[in-house]
Write a protein that binds this ligand. Structure first.
Ligand code: ZN
Ligand code: ZN
Ligand code: ZN
Length: 162
């Protein structure tokens, strides 16, 4: 019932944003009903799945479009890429799942890009130590190593999906 109201509101929002006629058919899926395995990757799944995926064929270009809408009250921001949506959802949840991989550093981040920017603050050290395995890595190799080797830091993803 509540979903039906939401569905109509979201459809109208997307329709107006893309200046589509009423005849366009929108496929609306709510975040908590989506199979999140297709969003697997390096980005952590946010604790809130209060978003909608809307698919439709653009009436002007005949192109298939897929947009994500944040359903948080008063927000309703639109995103074309799911990882941008996930980054955005963390603003609402306050999660900071990205850790600085440098040994002894306590910084945490809500976006992967901020984690990478932060690594520049460690640039005066020629070799940085990984906080998990304590091996030395250059600034550019540390984050890829950390993400690939220490999958336990990705365990929050599967924990969130369940
Ligand atoms: Zn939002
Ligand atoms: Zn750091
Ligand atoms: Zn390591």
């Amino acid at each position: 019932m509540e979903y039906q109201i939401k569905k109509a509101q979201i459809t109208e929002l997307v329709r107006l944003r893309f200046a589509q006629p009423h005849s366009v058919v929108f496929n609306v899926e709510f975040g908590d009903y989506l199979d999140l395995s297709e969003f697997e990757g390096r980005a952590y799944v946010p604790a809130s799945l209060n978003f909608t995926r809307v698919k439709f064929v653009n009436n002007k270009t005949s192109r298939r479009l897929c947009v994500f809408v944040c359903n948080e009250t008063g927000c309703h921001k639109l995103f074309r890429k799911w990882h941008n949506l996930f980054d955005h959802m963390r603003i609402h949840t306050g999660e900071r799942p990205f850790l600085c991989p440098v040994d002894g550093c306590k910084f945490t981040f809500n976006q992967l890009s901020n984690q990478k920017k932060h690594l520049d603050t460690h640039k005066n050290t020629s070799l940085l130590k990984c906080k998990v395995c304590h091996q030395g890595y250059s600034k550019h190799n540390l984050i890829p190593h950390f993400e690939n080797a220490h999958t336990m830091y990705n365990s929050t993803v599967s924990a969130t999906i369940q």
